[in-house]
Design a protein around this ligand. Structure first.
Ligand SMILES: *[C@@H]1O[C@H](CO)[C@@H](O)[C@H](O)[C@H]1NC(C)=O
Ligand SMILES: *[C@@H]1O[C@H](CO)[C@@H](O)[C@H](O)[C@H]1NC(C)=O
Ligand SMILES: *[C@@H]1O[C@H](CO)[C@@H](O)[C@H](O)[C@H]1NC(C)=O
Ligand SMILES: *[C@@H]1O[C@H](CO)[C@@H](O)[C@H](O)[C@H]1NC(C)=O
Length: 958
């Protein structure tokens, strides 16, 4: 992390100089504005007056077309007139000669106006033809009210409303819209905290959107969201209804003081064709009641009494003779003036349930051939990730251990809830519990006695209940303001016999796109990858969480820092993490200190490995998206944090710096040791000083290794630049390797050093060992999580020894050990996406270990398009010691493909692309048919420089 920060410094400037790469063809696609994917974002709203655009160059169906680059682009942007009185705005960039296709700035003279509808389109010129590629279609978006807080507190003045008297969680208001002129626009801004759902004239405005708005430190930042309801408001009477939930605003949550009852802020602007306007605000004319939800809690689930359902309560003309609707009270704003708290537009994709939650840019079985067959992947336990069936899970089995109890197995540890079909008498109560695993007797006797194991949820009950209204046609229940982490779903008291067809469970997480796919001929690695992707998805719930099930689910910074690289390889999360960076900065103290947990931070100053989330996430976002603006935007915060660490260090020295979690949860019984106090770097001299001090303090000159010799100490010292003097490197490595051997080829590392161990081994001539460790299935190992006598993990455990540990801290879905997932992409597939050059360098196991990874297929969707690498060792029977590698490089980029020797001291004989020899050991020329091939004399490593296109390389080694 040290080096990363140093690099932040220089890259900040260098990146501005060196333009990103170039190329192109048909009609641009996957267009983004302000990082939002326009293809998948509905009601696209941006919160900046000067957006930036990205697009991908079209891909030809002709695989022979290569080296495609963009040479120019043209952007056109114009306002969409709402009323007769609006002025119109048009901007045309004209043809701009430029290779830039990502983060292209709007360069118009005038800022975009707030609260305005716009559309834009673009076209490009490429090296493929003289003519421009055809325009994209017009893409609509609208701008937010940029200074929302000021607008709401000075101009509009809606009230925060709710009740201190009753559990008021259904609020409604009717209003009349005149028919003098047609409605041309109806825009709503709403905040309902903890959670809200908005209904207009009887319909939920966005049914898949859940648990909105995102979680923040409410007193500093509270989110509003906005909807375009233009098609939904008509002349005459209209009605708005809002359901409120406690969410994270509730005092029930761990370690957070109660803020008070839920509350609503609402403002609807209706503009008519003739330019007239009207507003509907949250004010004291609204009424409310306790609706069907009697109780709701993030941790403890929800109680729902369907007898309280009032048909039509969000429609105009509703008249309720059965329940008491009372006037709302005006409640204080959640944001604190003293803390300069702000009402802010939520500027990231929302949490969604089901098919709308996950989009796809990659798939396992793509057009690109036969490298991995379905049968290679058929053994994976858990729900399939890439065929679109992963968004709503059906149980794979149901059992009835006792009369009146059904236990459903989803086959996958997931995050969300279940929808259940019930039929029975009015007032019958049905109870739902959620657990990650079955109760322990299975472990000892093999006979399951019917229980689910909920002890590891600790204080979170994850318990829902439903009281039937008695509909003879049946009724469907699904909870509204809670979320569960579980694989087993237990229903008690159902009045009707249930089958698997009566249950389906939407997967719930922040909306995102799957952008990475990694699969191989090794079943263990494939299962780990599966578990990481599911674990990651379950831990993006508006903030990166440590776990999704017990009474925690918090934004632990260490977990976020360790997983972010893996997360960004697998999912498109730029908006999500930018939001999280803002939440971190919200709670940064004036002395630069940041807490261990965000939002609602606790634990100042953070342990350095936790606090590093600020710089690590900033850096990884830059690395994965090539957007240097991210570095400059957070630079001051990172610097302040580094200075804070530095002053702590000045006071205490390295050994006693702050407090230390050390290397968290290594496999027992090994004690943990030193904290990795590495992220103290901003300045190289200071870093060097620390590096030397680290060595001085922890290196034992008698034994020639660090501390007491445990793996973590050696790994961290070796992984940090300049800590281990050259003269000591060999002995430290020897110690690390011998300790691994002594433990029967097992790691003894916790989360911090595990993240470093695998890249360290692969980069230092021990890739074979790294592969051996990752494919181990005996304790402790990743493989043990799903190859043990007790449980079949389908996500990543918190502890290496989960089955033998008590419930206190023993989640089956923690993402922190998922850090290894980055190594799958960066070393096994070998994809490095530095902003100016793609490098593909799959690390090679030697001949003796090639069976561990004989085939691999990896796709990574970048802002330029899909990067793909597939390889097969010794594919063509006639030639042993060969590798066949298929590579796809997206247009407008350049790549280096690096071939490592297939076995020690081997030499490349021939390098073939398609059916042409492009390099041969016998020939003197190295430039053949546009391929620039280099051979490194000492290592024998071969490098080929290529542009975009599809390639089939074969390298023969002797
Ligand atoms: C609003 O109108 C659109 C377009 O007619 C429709 O698709 C949507 O379901 C409506 N939403 C509500 C809440 O009525
Ligand atoms: C409502 O309309 C007024 C007048 O055009 C405008 O200033 C304001 O920003 C609008 N507010 C919302 C919430 O759209
Ligand atoms: C820490 O000590 C160094 C060297 O004495 C000094 O230059 C630096 O300003 C100090 N930094 C802080 C934050 O106290
Ligand atoms: C270094 O290792 C030796 C041999 O194990 C041990 O006796 C000694 O105490 C260690 N020194 C320190 C400073 O820990």
């Amino acid at each position: 992390m040290t080096m990363r920060w140093l690099m932040c410094y220089s890259v900040l400037f260098i990146v501005i100089l060196c333009c990103v790469v170039h190329a192109q063809r048909l009609s641009p696609f996957d267009v983004r504005i302000d990082h939002y994917k326009t293809e998948t974002t509905r009601d696209l709203i941006i919160n900046t007056p000067r957006p930036r655009f990205s697009w991908k160059l079209p891909i030809s169906n002709d695989p022979t077309q290569r080296n495609i680059q963009q040479i120019a682009y043209q952007l056109q942007l114009e306002s969409i007139k709402i009323s007769e009185t609006d002025s119109s705005f048009k901007w045309d960039s004209e043809r701009i000669a430029s290779t830039q296709s990502v983060h292209v700035p709007y360069t118009g003279e005038h800022d975009l106006l707030p609260g305005t509808n716009y559309r834009f389109r673009l076209r490009i010129w490429t090296t493929m033809s003289k003519d421009p590629i055809q325009w994209t279609s017009w893409i609509q978006f609208r701008t937010a009210i940029f200074n929302l807080h000021e607008y709401l507190t000075t101009n509009a003045n809606p009230l925060w409303i709710g009740s201190t008297q009753i559990n008021m969680n259904e609020l409604r208001k009717e209003f009349s819209v005149p028919n003098t002129s047609p409605v041309r626009s109806a825009i709503v801004y709403i905040s309902g905290i903890g959670y809200y759902q908005l209904y207009i004239n009887g319909y939920n405005v966005d049914p898949s959107r859940k648990l909105d708005p995102g979680w923040t430190t409410f007193e500093i930042r509270t989110f509003l969201t906005s909807f375009d309801l233009t098609s939904n408001i008509t002349a005459g009477m209209n009605a708005v209804g809002v359901k409120l939930g406690n969410g994270w605003y509730s005092g029930e949550q761990l370690g957070v003081p109660s803020y008070g009852p839920p509350r609503l802020l609402f403002i609807l602007n209706i503009t008519f064709q003739n330019g007239e306007q009207m507003q509907v605000l949250s004010d004291q004319t609204w009424t409310g009641r306790q609706g069907s939800i009697l109780r709701d809690s993030v941790y403890n689930g929800e109680s729902y009494d369907a007898r309280n359902d009032r048909e039509g309560w969000t429609r105009p003309g509703f008249n309720d003779s059965l329940s008491a609707w009372i006037m709302v009270e005006s409640l204080p704003s959640p944001v604190s003036d003293a803390l300069n708290g702000q009402l802010v537009l939520q500027d990231m994709p929302p949490i969604r349930a089901g098919v709308d939650a996950l989009h796809f840019e990659t798939s396992v079985f793509n057009q690109n051939k036969e490298y991995l067959k379905a049968s290679d992947l058929s053994g994976i336990k858990g729900a399939s990730f890439t065929d679109g069936r992963s968004s709503v899970l059906k149980p794979i089995s149901v059992s009835q251990p006792t009369v009146g109890i059904h236990t459903f197995d989803l086959g996958q540890n997931m995050v969300g809830w279940c929808r259940v079909k019930l039929r029975g008498l009015r007032g019958v109560g049905v109870y739902f519990r959620h657990a990650e695993i079955l109760s322990q007797p299975l472990h000892s006797t093999g006979q399951w006695t019917g229980g689910i194991y909920t002890e590891n949820l600790r204080g979170a009950t994850q318990f829902d209940s439903y009281m039937l209204r008695g509909d003879p046609n049946g009724e469907i229940y699904e909870p509204t303001f809670t979320v569960h982490g579980f694989r087993y779903f237990q229903v008690s008291g159902a009045p009707n016999p249930l089958t698997v067809d009566d249950v389906e469970c939407p997967v719930v997480h922040s909306e995102t796109t799957l952008k990475g796919n990694f699969s191989s001929s090794n079943a263990i690695i494939n299962q780990i990858q599966h578990n990481i992707q599911w674990g990651q998805l379950g831990n993006i719930m508006s903030v990166p969480t440590d776990c999704p099930q017990r009474d925690e689910r918090r934004g632990w910074m260490g977990d976020a820092a360790l997983s972010v690289n893996e997360a960004l390889y697998n999912f498109d999360l730029i908006k999500f993490y930018l939001n999280f960076l803002n939440l971190i900065c919200d709670v940064q103290q004036s002395n630069g200190a940041i807490p261990d947990v965000v939002p609602n931070g606790g634990g100042y100053p953070s342990d350095p490995n936790w606090g590093t989330a600020l710089s690590t996430i900033t850096w990884q976002l830059y690395r994965h998206y090539g957007d240097s603006q991210i570095l400059s935007n957070y630079y001051d915060h990172v610097r302040a944090y580094v200075e804070n660490i530095r002053s702590g260090y000045n006071n205490t020295g390295l050994v006693n710096l702050a407090y230390q979690f050390g290397d968290w949860v290594p496999p027992p019984p090994n004690p943990m040791i030193l904290g990795k106090t590495s992220d103290t770097q901003a300045y190289s001299a200071f870093y060097q000083q620390l590096a030397e001090e680290f060595h001085r303090v922890f290196f034992n000159t008698t034994t020639n290794f660090y501390a007491d010799g445990m793996q973590a100490a050696q790994v961290l010292a070796l992984a940090l630049p300049n800590v281990v003097p050259e003269t000591a490197r060999a002995s430290v490595f020897t110690r690390l390797l011998s300790d691994i051997t002594d433990k029967g080829n097992h790691v003894s590392t916790g989360i911090v050093s595990t993240a470093q161990l695998y890249p360290l081994l692969s980069d230092n001539g021990h890739h074979d060992l790294a592969l051996q460790l990752i494919t181990t299935t005996t304790y402790p190992s990743y493989g043990y999580m799903f190859m043990n006598p007790y449980e079949n993990a389908t996500t990543i455990w918190e502890l290496w020894d989960a089955p033998s540990e008590g419930p206190g801290m023993n989640s089956r879905n923690h993402i922190m050990y998922g850090s290894i997932g980055a190594w799958f992409y960066s070393h096994l597939a070998g994809i490095d996406i530095s902003p100016s050059m793609i490098t593909i360098r799959p690390r090679m196991a030697s001949e003796g270990k090639k069976h561990l990874l004989a085939k691999l297929n990896c796709q990574l969707s970048t802002l330029y398009g899909l990067v793909q690498i597939s390889y097969t060792r010794d594919e063509r029977d006639t030639v042993a010691n060969s590798i066949l590698m298929h590579i796809t490089i997206p247009p407008n980029t350049q790549a280096r493909v690096v071939f490592e020797p297939l076995f020690p001291n081997s030499h490349c004989q021939t390098l073939i692309e398609g059916d042409k020899v492009i390099w041969s050991a016998n020939a003197t020329t190295t430039h053949v048919q546009n391929f620039v091939v280099q051979r490194e004399a000492i290592t024998g490593i071969m490098t080929v420089h290529i542009g975009s296109g599809q390639y089939e390389f074969q390298a023969l080694w002797q």
